[in-house]
Design a binder for this molecule. Structure first.
Ligand code: C5P
Length: 234
């Protein structure tokens, strides 16, 4: 799908406090067998230089900065991310239709359009948290409503739990890209994740891409851990 260098469905989450640790890990990985996710901590510390360095090493980058601001600001930020050459980026669907359409239109003008996906409801939010924000719908309904809004605003997909993947796929179709964290290979530690699925279960449920951190980044042999996950879904 899109401007990817490879057909790997595993996105390794670079949850490191600095670039050195991230680069040490990336040197052990193969850009043909995975993609990488860079989030707010690493990006804020290392900036675009790290993104460019990894792209020049042939890695596909998902820039997970979850933009949420006025339409003009988000559109400009998306354009800047696309100019870095990222493969995927994201915005909060709760920024609304006009914001998402502006982001999508800004990316339409780029030569290598990245995939643009939305965050619906953060999985850290409880029903009580939503109520406190004045949102009285059940979480699942709110997720579905925001995913529909993202699709009708022209976005390529959403980040979601693999547990939501089958219902989202049924509602939004198999082309709508589902990016799912909370993945744990059989027999690996669940760490702080509460609702997990194995890579194969998540793919069967309709996930297109699996965001996987610690089962790879903390493995004694990260490349072997990655290859074993790839083998389990191929
Ligand atoms: O190490 P682990 O595989 O649990 O890492 C999962 C990654 O996905 C982390 O970067 C985490 O912040 C992110 N994530 C998540 N659950 C969400 C959204 C993002 O675990 N709902």
């Amino acid at each position: 799908m899109s401007n990817s260098n490879n057909n790997s469905r595993v996105i390794v989450s670079l949850d490191f406090p600095d670039g050195k640790q991230a680069l040490d890990l990336c040197q052990k990985l193969d850009p043909a067998s995975c993609k990488l996710k860079i989030g707010k901590e690493l990006f804020t510390r290392e900036g675009p230089a790290l993104v460019e360095k990894l792209i020049s090493s042939d890695f596909d980058i998902f820039l997970d900065l979850k933009y949420h601001d006025i339409p003009n600001t988000v559109a400009s930020a998306c354009r800047a991310a696309a100019d870095l050459g990222v493969w995927m980026l994201n915005v909060h669907a709760s920024g609304g239709r006009v914001m998402m359409e502006a982001a999508n239109e800004a990316l339409d003008k780029t030569t290598h359009k990245p995939l643009l996906i939305a965050v619906t409801v953060l999985t850290s939010m409880s029903q009580e948290d939503l109520t406190e924000l004045g949102i009285n719908k059940p979480v699942e309904e709110q997720v579905m409503m925001l995913a529909n809004l993202a699709k009708s605003s022209g976005l390529n997909g959403v980040v979601c739990s693999a547990k939501e993947a089958s219902s989202l796929k049924a509602e939004l179709g198999k082309e709508f890209c589902l990016v799912t964290p909370g993945i744990r290979p059989a027999n690996s530690s669940s760490d702080d994740q509460k609702r997990i699925m194995t890579p194969a279960e998540a793919i069967d449920a309709g996930s297109h891409y699996l965001v996987i951190g610690r089962p790879i980044t903390k493995a004694d042999d990260p490349l072997a851990a990655l290859e074993s996950i790839n083998a389990s879904i191929n």
